[in-house]
Design a binder for this molecule. Structure first.
Ligand SMILES: [Zn+2]
Length: 195
C-alpha cells in the first residue's frame, strides 16, 4: 500500500492518478474540507464538470455509487466509498476574492483557487481552466423553497474518508481548504493516499 501523504493546512497539491487507481481523501482531524479538481491527463481541456455531473445524477448531494463526469460527459471518478455522505459540488474554490467578499476584516488569503493554480501550473494548466471543485466534506444545505445556501461546518469526524476510482488517466488537484466558514472556523490538514 502506498504511504499516506499530508496536505498542510491552507495549502494544496497536484499529482497524476492512473485509470483504475483509487484515491482516498481523508479528513484526519474532522470538520475539514478538501477541494478536488480533475483533468484528463491526455488533454487538459477536458475537466471535471459540476453541471454535467449534477445533471446526470439528478441530485446535488453525491455519495457512494455516484460518478463525477467531465465537460465531455466522460466518467472521470467514481465514488466507491464514502463514510460521510455530505459533500458540495455547487460552490467554486475559495479565492482571494472570496476573502474580500465574505471576510473583509480578516487578512486575505489566496485560498484553494490560488493553491490549485500554483500546484497545477507545472502541468501546464492555467488559472482560467480551473473548474468548480468537488468539495469533499463541505456541508452546504439548500433551503427547499428558496434555494438559499448556507455553509455549515462539515459533518466529517476524525478519520472519515472518501474513496474514488479513476475512470481515465487524470491530473488531480487537491487542497486543504482555507476558508473560515467551510471548516468550522479552524484550518486543519488533509491526508490522501493513492492505491
Ligand atoms: Zn477553499
Amino acid at each position: 500500500m502506498n504511504p499516506l501523504s499530508r496536505i498542510p493546512e491552507r495549502s494544496g497539491t497536484a499529482f497524476t492518478l492512473r485509470k483504475g487507481q483509487f484515491l482516498v481523501v481523508i479528513d484526519p482531524l474532522g470538520q475539514q474540507v478538501a477541494d478536488l479538481v480533475a483533468f484528463n491527463a491526455a488533454d487538459t481541456r477536458e475537466a471535471i464538470s459540476s453541471g454535467r455531473t449534477l445533471d446526470y445524477a439528478e441530485r446535488i448531494y453525491l455519495s457512494t455509487g455516484d460518478t463525477l463526469y467531465s465537460n465531455r460527459s466522460q466518467a472521470m471518478l467514481d465514488i466507491v466509498e464514502d463514510s460521510v455522505g455530505r459533500h458540495d459540488f455547487l460552490l467554486t474554490p475559495c479565492s482571494i476574492d472570496t476573502f474580500r467578499h465574505f471576510y473583509p476584516d480578516k487578512p486575505p488569503h489566496r485560498g484553494c483557487f490560488g493553491n490549485l493554480t500554483a500546484a497545477l501550473e507545472p502541468y501546464g494548466i492555467q488559472a482560467d481552466q480551473i473548474p468548480g471543485a468537488f468539495n469533499c466534506f463541505m456541508n452546504v444545505p439548500v433551503d427547499a423553497d428558496t434555494g438559499k445556501l448556507r455553509v455549515l461546518p462539515p459533518l466529517s469526524r476524525a478519520g472519515d474518508h472518501v474513496r474514488f476510482e479513476a475512470g481515465m488517466d487524470l491530473i488531480i488537484g487537491l487542497t486543504a481548504c482555507s476558508a473560515y466558514d467551510s471548516n468550522g472556523g479552524t484550518f486543519k490538514p488533509i491526508d490522501y493516499r493513492i492505491e
